[in-house]
Write a protein that binds this ligand. Structure first.
Ligand code: APR
Length: 255
C-alpha cells in the first residue's frame, strides 16, 4: 500500500508538517463543515455563527451557539488519527501540526506544537479591546444540550461584550501563528495534508506553498480534492485508518 520511497522519506525527515482540517476530527464525531448531510454549514446559518456581522445582529444567539458547540467537543475523544500524529512527534526531530480546526483534540492526545490558524473554540476575546482569555474546563463541562440564546460574557477591562476567539469569514488569520505556519510549510521536508477540502483560503495555500516548493506531500481524504493530482502520494480513505498504518510501516508498532 505504501511505497518504499514514502517510508524512507518519513523515516529520514527532519521536519514534517501535518496540515489538518475538519476531516481529522470526523471519526471523533465532530461534524465537518461541508459534508452534504451532516456538515455544519448545511445545518446552521453561516452568517449567524461564522461572521462578525451576524454575531453583532444577535450576540446572545451566537454566544449560546458557541457554548453548545464547545460542550459538544468537550464530550468527544481524540481518534486514532490524532493519536498517530502525536506519536509521530516522538519519532522525528520536528513535527509541526498546523490545524484549521478550532477543537483541541490534537492537544488532548499529546500533540504539543499545534498552530491553530483559525483560532480555538475554548478561547474568547473582547469585541472592542485586546482582552483575551481561555475559558476554564469547569465551565466548558457544564452541560448544554442544544444551542440556546445566552448573553455574552462582559469584558473585565472595557465592559464591552466578548466573542469567541475564532477566525470568522472575512477576518485576518492571527498574524504570528500564520507566519509560523507559512514558514513551516515552505521549509519542511514532508507535508501531510489530512482531512481538508482545501477550499478555504488563505489556509489552503499552505498545501499550495509546499507543492510549489516541490516539497514531498501526502494527502489522506476519502473524497476527491483539487490537489489529488498535485500531491506526491494521494490516499483515498479515512485518516484514522490510514495514518496509523502508514506510521507503523515506517516506525514499527506505535505505542
Ligand atoms: N478522514 C480524512 N478526511 C475526512 C474524513 C476522514 N475520516 N472524513 C471527512 N474527511 C474530509 C472530507 O472529505 C473533506 O474533504 O475532510 C474534509 C473536510 O472538509 P471541510 O468540511 O471543508 O473542512 P475544512 O477543510 O477543515 O474547512 C476549512 O472552512 O468554514 C471553514 O473555518 C472553517 O476551518 C474551516 C475551513
Amino acid at each position: 500500500m505504501f511505497s518504499e520511497n514514502l517510508i524512507q522519506k518519513l523515516q529520514n525527515s527532519k521536519h514534517v508538517v501535518v496540515f489538518t482540517g475538519a476531516g481529522v476530527s470526523a471519526e471523533s464525531g465532530v461534524p465537518t463543515f461541508r459534508d452534504v448531510e451532516n456538515g455544519l454549514w448545511e445545518n446552521f446559518d453561516v452568517m449567524k455563527i461564522g461572521t462578525e456581522q451576524g454575531y453583532l445582529q444577535d450576540p446572545s444567539f451566537g454566544w449560546g451557539w458557541y457554548e453548545w458547540a464547545r460542550h459538544q467537543v468537550f464530550l468527544k475523544q481524540p481518534n486514532p488519527a490524532h493519536y498517530a500524529i502525536a506519536q509521530l512527534a516522538e519519532k522525528l526531530p520536528k513535527v509541526t501540526v498546523v490545524t484549521q480546526n478550532v477543537d483541541d483534540l490534537h492537544e488532548r492526545d499529546g500533540s504539543l506544537d499545534v498552530l491553530h490558524i483559525h483560532g480555538a473554540l475554548n478561547d474568547v476575546c473582547c469585541l472592542y479591546c485586546d482582552y483575551k482569555s481561555t475559558l476554564p474546563q469547569s465551565r466548558i463541562a457544564i452541560e448544554v444540550e442544544q444551542p440556546i440564546s445566552s448573553p455574552p460574557d462582559i469584558c473585565p477591562l472595557c465592559s464591552s461584550i466578548m466573542r469567541p476567539h475564532v477566525v470568522w469569514f472575512g477576518e485576518n488569520l492571527p498574524s504570528d501563528i500564520w507566519q509560523k505556519a507559512k514558514e513551516a510549510s515552505e521549509q519542511c521536508d514532508l507535508m501531510l495534508i489530512i482531512g481538508t477540502s482545501g477550499l478555504i483560503y488563505p489556509a489552503a495555500s499552505l498545501a499550495d506553498r509546499a507543492i510549489y516548493k516541490k516539497i514531498e506531500s501526502v494527502q489522506i481524504n476519502p473524497d476527491a480534492t483539487d490537489i489529488d493530482t498535485l500531491v506526491t502520494h494521494n490516499f483515498r480513505g479515512k485518516a484514522g485508518e490510514i495514518l496509523p498504518l502508514l506510521f507503523e510501516a515506517a516506525f514499527g508498532e506505535m505505542k
